[in-house]
Design a binder for this molecule. Structure first.
Ligand code: ZN
Length: 217
């Protein structure tokens, strides 16, 4: 893994399998780890409770939770609107109804504000190959947003350094991620993935199925 800077990292962290694995990887590679979670009106906002516990247990330097209010004005996403049904079938190639418009664009923009304010040169995100139906999880988005962040970054302007968007799971499946996580000793029962937001998880939504498949591998 090519990482020029190993001082500080800010990880986008939902409390699910992917971002939890990334947070553990970050603890292994970086001196100071910050976690950033979002309360954006997601129907599964119970995930934040799991995220807080994991962040505490991992002793991250700081766990920042940001509220994003504008998503309550956005219609048409089953992750934001409980009157819409979460599909039971797996995602195809098209962006699914669970897409939250421009979510990673918004998340990474907010992350870049904190990166500037905290002098953090690496922003971690756990997107992977099974996320590609979501346009803002694709490799071309990740490299484009990295360029955009560097065009607007104070750190880049002042210190002539490059801010990295660290997405080590691009091209990997969830099974690959779980394999890495098991080597890192992660207890995945402490993570949460269900899009329905129920406790216990519904076991039927696409994320529950993906999760089950990856964990039994
Ligand atoms: Zn579920």
């Amino acid at each position: 893994m090519l990482l020029e800077d190993r001082e500080k990292v800010l990880v986008l962290f939902s409390g699910g399998i992917d971002s939890t694995t990334l947070l553990y990887l970050a603890k292994k590679y970086f001196k100071e780890v910050y976690a950033l979670s979002f309360d954006y009106g997601q129907r599964h906002r119970v995930e934040l409770k799991y995220a807080k516990e994991i962040a505490k247990e991992l002793k991250v330097k700081e766990h920042i939770v940001v509220e994003i209010p504008h998503y309550k004005l956005i219609k048409g996403s089953a992750l934001l609107d409980e009157s819409l049904e979460i599909p039971k079938e797996e995602y195809k190639d098209e962006p699914p109804v669970t897409t939250v418009p421009a979510r990673n664009l918004v998340f990474l923009s907010i992350a870049s504000s904190f990166a500037d304010a905290y002098s953090i040169k690496t922003i971690g995100i756990g997107v992977h190959a099974l996320d590609v139906p979501y346009p803002d999880c694709r490799p071309e988005f990740i490299s484009a947003i990295e360029s955009a962040i560097n065009c607007s970054s104070l750190l880049t302007a002042r210190e002539k350094v490059r801010v990295r968007v660290w997405a080590p799971f691009l091209g990997m499946t969830k099974k690959d991620i779980v394999k890495i996580g098991r080597e890192l000793g992660i207890d995945y029962s402490k993570t949460y993935s269900c899009y329905m937001g129920t406790e216990p998880p519904c076991g039927e939504c696409p994320t529950c199925k993906q999760r089950e498949e990856a964990l039994k591998a």
